[in-house]
Design a protein around this ligand. Structure first.
Ligand code: FAD
Ligand code: SF4
Length: 455
C-alpha cells in the first residue's frame, strides 16, 4: 500500500466556473504528477492496463514520469494511443484503468487519467512529435478512406498511417473530431487540445477533408471504384437525434442535445457576442436524460445564464451511466436533479413556444404529477445511427436501426475491404465511450492491414 494520499488536481470554484466556459479541472502541476507517480506500486502483473481498452503500458509510462523522463512517458503512451490529452480528460477511468489498480482495494487508485493528461499536455507544450513512420518504413502503394473523423476514425487513421498506408479522412462537418469537437463542451475538453492532437495525425501524413458528406458527394462504391481506395473504414458515429414521442415534441424551444451542443460548441454560441451565433434558452431549462450528454447539456445551459436548469431522469442518480465526477460537478454548480420522473407532455404558450412540462414522479407511496415551468426542453435520450450510409450502400448489411454489422475480430462488414467501428457499430458492446471507439478503430486498422496484405 502507498503511504501517500492520492493527489487531487485543483478545480475552478463552482461559483466562478458556472459563469464561463473555462476548463474546470486544472490538471496536475509537475510536483503533483511526480508525487502521484510515486504512488504506483509497479505491479508485476498490472491490472490497470487490462482495464484500458487500447492497452496502454500504464506501469511503463508512470515509471518514466517518476524519473522525470516525460518524453519517454509520451512515447510509451503513443505506442497505443496518440490522444493522451483527450483520453486523460474524458475516459471514465473509474470503470476502466483505475478500476483495475490494486491500490483501489484499500485506498484511492493511482490517478492514471490525470497523469496521462499531464504527459499529453507536456507533449503539446514542447511540440513533441514521433518520427514520421513513412521515413522509417517507406510508403506503401495502398490507399485507405476513412469516413468520419471522430475517435474511431482518428485511431484507425493513426495505425494505418504508421504502417505506411496513404490515408484520407472524409468529415461531414467543417471541423474534425466528431463528438470531441461538437459534443463535449469546452469546459471539459478545450478544443485547442483536441486540434493539437489531431494535428499530430496530419503531421504523420494523414489528409483530413472536411465538409465531405459520404453518401452525398461520393458513395462507398465511388470510393472503392472511381476514387481507387483499397480499403474503407466507416466511423460515422451515432449522432442521429431521438425523440420521446410525447405531445409537444415539436414545439419551438424543444431540441435535441446534439443540436444544442453543436450550436454552442461548433458554432461558438458560447462566445456571443464575439460570434454572432446566440443560443436563446430563456430562464428555465429542462434536460431529459442523465447520461454524459445530458450532464453536458445541463452544465452548458447553466453557463448561458438561466435561473434554473433541471435534469429530469426516470431512474435514480446511482443508476446514471454518466461519469461520477461530472455528476458531482453538475451538483456543485447548481444543476437540479429530478429523479424517478418521466416527462408526459410539453405544454405550449399562445405562440407555439414551450411554456411548461408535465411529468409523473414515482416514490415509495405511488406516483404524483408535477408541472415544471420551462422555456426550453433538451432531449438527451441517447442517439441513433444516421441512415445515410445504409441508404446509399445497398450491399452493406445493417441491423433494423441502421447500425453497421461487422464480422468477428477484424470488423470487416458484409462488403469485402469495407470495415467499421465506433458508435455506428455495436462492436464496442454496450460501451459508447471515446476509448472504446478508439479501440475498435485500432482493431479495424489491424483487420484492414491483414486484408491489404492478402489482396
Ligand atoms: P463520433 O464521435 O460521433 O464521430 C463521427 C464523425 O463522423 C462525426 O464527426 C460526423 O460528423 C462524421 N460523419 C457522420 N456521417 C458522415 C458521413 N456520411 N460522411 C462523413 N462524415 C460523417 N465518451 C467518453 O468516453 N467520455 C465522455 O466524457 C463522453 N462524453 C460525451 C458527451 C457527449 C455530449 C456525447 C454526445 C458523447 C459523449 N461520449 C463520451 C461518447 C463518445 O463521445 C462517443 O462514444 C464517441 O465519440 C464515438 O466515436 P465515433 O468515432 O464512433 O463517432
Ligand atoms: Fe485509462 Fe483511458 Fe488512459 Fe486507457 S486511455 S489508460 S482507459 S485514461
Amino acid at each position: 500500500m502507498s503511504k501517500i494520499a492520492r493527489q487531487h488536481s485543483a478545480h475552478l470554484p463552482p461559483d466562478t466556473r458556472r459563469t464561463n466556459f473555462m476548463e474546470v479541472v486544472c490538471g496536475y502541476t509537475e510536483a503533483e504528477a511526480l508525487t502521484e507517480s510515486g504512488r504506483c506500486l509497479q505491479c508485476k502483473e498490472p491490472l490497470c492496463s487490462v482495464g484500458c481498452p487500447v492497452r496502454i503500458n500504464i506501469k511503463g509510462f508512470i515509471n518514466f514520469v517518476s524519473k522525470k523522463d516525460y518524453k519517454g512517458a509520451y512515447k510509451t503512451i503513443t505506442e497505443a494511443n496518440l490522444f493522451p490529452s483527450i483520453c486523460g480528460r474524458v475516459c471514465p477511468q473509474e470503470r476502466q484503468c483505475e478500476a483495475g489498480c490494486i491500490l483501489g482495494k484499500k485506498q484511492q487508485p493511482v490517478a492514471i487519467g490525470l497523469l496521462e493528461r499531464f504527459v499529453g499536455d507536456m507533449a503539446q507544450q514542447h511540440n513533441w512529435q514521433e518520427t514520421r513512420p513513412i521515413d522509417l518504413i517507406g510508403p506503401t502503394s495502398k490507399r485507405a478512406a476513412i469516413i468520419g473523423s471522430g475517435p474511431a476514425g482518428l485511431a484507425c487513421a493513426y495505425d494505418l498511417a504508421k504502417a505506411g498506408v496513404t490515408v484520407v479522412v472524409f468529415e461531414a462537418l467543417h471541423l474534425p473530431g466528431g463528438v470531441l469537437t461538437y459534443g463535449i463542451p469546452q469546459f471539459r475538453l478545450p478544443k485547442e487540445r483536441v486540434f493539437r492532437e489531431i494535428e499530430n495525425l496530419t503531421r504523420l501524413g494523414v489528409t483530413i477533408e472536411t465538409n465531405r458528406v459520404i453518401g452525398k458527394i461520393h458513395t462507398i462504391e465511388d470510393l472503392m471504384g472511381r476514387l481507387s481506395f483499397d480499403v474503407v473504414f466507416i466511423g460515422t458515429g451515432a449522432g442521429y437525434p431521438r425523440n420521446l414521442g410525447i405531445k409537444g415534441d415539436s414545439l419551438n424551444g424543444v431540441m435535441s442535445a446534439n443540436e444544442f451542443l453543436t450550436r454552442v460548441n461548433l458554432m461558438r454560441g458560447f462566445d456571443f457576442p464575439r460570434y454572432a451565433t446566440p443560443v436563446g434558452i430563456g430562464k428555465n431549462v429542462a434536460v431529459i436524460g442523465c447520461g454524459n450528454t445530458a450532464i453536458d447539456s445541463a452544465r452548458t445551459s447553466l453557463r448561458l445564464g438561466p435561473d434554473n436548469v433541471y435534469i429530469v431522469y426516470r431512474r435514480t442518480l446511482e443508476e446514471s451511466p454518466a461519469r461520477k465526477e461530472e455528476i458531482r460537478h453538475a451538483i456543485e454548480e447548481g444543476v437540479q436533479f429530478i429523479c424517478l420522473t418521466t416527462a408526459k407532455e410539453i405544454i405550449p404558450d399562445n405562440e407555439g413556444w414551450v411554456k411548461a412540462m408535465n411529468c409523473v414522479q414515482k416514490d415509495e407511496t405511488g406516483s404524483s404529477e408535477i408541472l415544471l415551468n420551462v422555456d426550453t426542453v433538451i432531449y438527451a435520450l441517447g442517439t441513433m445511427a444516421n441512415p445515410i450510409i445504409a441508404r446509399t450502400t445497398p450491399e452493406l448489411t445493417t441491423d433494423k436501426a441502421n447500425y453497421v454489422e461487422t464480422n468477428g475480430e477484424s470488423l470487416m462488414t458484409s462488403m469485402p475491404g469495407v470495415f467499421a467501428g465506433g458508435d455506428i457499430t455495436r462492436s464496442g458492446g454496450t460501451f459508447t465511450t471515446v476509448i472504446h471507439a478508439m479501440s475498435t478503430g485500432r482493431r479495424a486498422a489491424k483487420g484492414m492491414l491483414e486484408y491489404l496484405e492478402s489482396n
